[in-house]
Design a protein around this ligand. Structure first.
Ligand SMILES: [Zn+2]
Ligand SMILES: [Zn+2]
Length: 363
């Protein structure tokens, strides 16, 4: 006596497709044979649930079933077959059990490679071209990557007939397994190419010219599509990643696209104003300091910074100004400073006290 399909899935007769799917998914995960090896009851439940779902998820079959019950499905071409494609939505389920897609041909891709490249501060700022030498697998020229000896061809795998998978049918449900004869490739090589021993690729050393765009940073990674390892026997090659390290500069520092330069200026320049030479990425530049400039202020040189990655714009150069403080002023300097301090009533130490404080600080 066959159980009612709705009852089996635990849903109401009016259940929508999302509800059906979710009910079935729960049962399929719970009773999947891979999770319950050797358990005949679980296997039976899995079959029943799969059967119920395959009927109720098909509007036409569902209609027939609703009208005529199990009898309604017996006619036609010997009832219904179990269609594994209903699983295609359950990628999580099949990721769990089959370690990959269902019925998808497996073509191994080449692996990615990573190379390291050191560039200077200004190369990072403006971009450059640089050679990088890498060791990688390349497609075998002798067999054009097929792995089969010149003049011969790989043959279609007789075990899986080229599908790369074999299906194990047990009653209603079908499971896919990677073909053990060809490891999923779908082809077999009768006479391996002597140059690559059937691998379809050979090791090579290659120097590539890498175009580095302006604006890259320390730790930036460039991706060169398909410049990684060739895949065995003709799959897609992997990618090459070039990891950049930018050498620190003696004068310049980066903050995003801005270039920072710190400059110490004597106190009178802040008070009286002046003109100074500032290093930029493109040489010295004269800038004016306005009279009455506050200590710890910034002067911004527009578009003298780093190229903005992926655009033609540039950041700024920021000149950070601080007051230069003489560590040990000479006799005359001190006298002048003391006079000035007296004049503006600055609370400075007397000469003797100054010497004592200095002694304390410098040991
Ligand atoms: Zn095969
Ligand atoms: Zn070869």
């Amino acid at each position: 006596m066959k159980r009612d399909y709705y009852e089996l899935l635990g849903v109401a007769r009016g259940a929508g497709s999302a509800e059906l799917k979710s009910a079935y998914r729960k049962l399929a995960i719970q009773f999947h044979p891979d999770k319950n090896p050797g358990d005949a009851e679980a296997s039976e439940k899995f079959k029943e649930a799969s059967e119920a779902y395959s009927v109720l998820s098909d509007p036409e079959k569902r209609e027939q079933y609703n009208r005529f019950g199990h009898e309604g499905l017996r006619g036609g071409s010997g009832g219904f077959g179990f269609d594994p494609s209903i699983f295609s939505d359950f990628s999580d389920l099949f990721g769990q059990f089959f370690g990959g897609g269902f019925g998808r041909p497996q073509s191994a891709a080449g692996s990615d490679l990573i190379a390291h490249l050191e560039i200077s501060f200004s190369e990072a700022a403006f971009g450059t071209e640089s050679p990088v030498t890498i060791q990688r697998y390349e497609s075998c020229g002798e067999c054009r990557g097929t792995g089969a000896e010149k003049g011969s061809q790989p043959i279609t795998c007789p075990t899986c007939r080229g599908r790369g998978q074999v299906r194990l049918s047990q009653g209603f449900f079908t499971m896919a397994r990677t073909c053990p004869a060809c490891q999923g490739e779908g082809t077999r090589i009768e006479k391996p190419c002597p140059a690559c021993r059937g691998d379809g690729r050979v090791p090579a050393e290659r120097t590539l010219t890498i175009k580095i765009p302006g604006g890259v940073e320390n730790g930036s990674r460039l991706r060169l599509s398909e410049e990684g390892n060739a895949a065995p026997r003709g799959g897609a090659p992997g990618d090459l990643y070039v990891s950049l390290s930018v050498v620190e500069h003696d004068i310049f520092r980066r903050e995003g696209d801005d270039v920072i330069v710190e400059m110490e200026l004597p106190f009178p320049v802040f008070v009286l104003g002046g003109e100074i030479e500032v290093p930029t990425l493109e040489g010295e530049e004269r800038i004016a300091i306005a009279p009455g400039t506050r200590a710890s202020s910034e002067v911004r040189l527009r578009r003298k910074g780093v190229v903005r990655l992926g655009s033609s714009g540039r950041g700024d150069q920021v000149v950070r100004l601080t007051v230069a403080v003489p560590k040990s002023p000479g006799k005359e300097e001190r006298e002048l400073l003391e006079n000035y301090a007296r004049m503006i009533n600055a609370p400075v130490s007397k000469k003797k006290t100054f010497a004592r404080v200095k002694k304390i600080f410098e040991g």
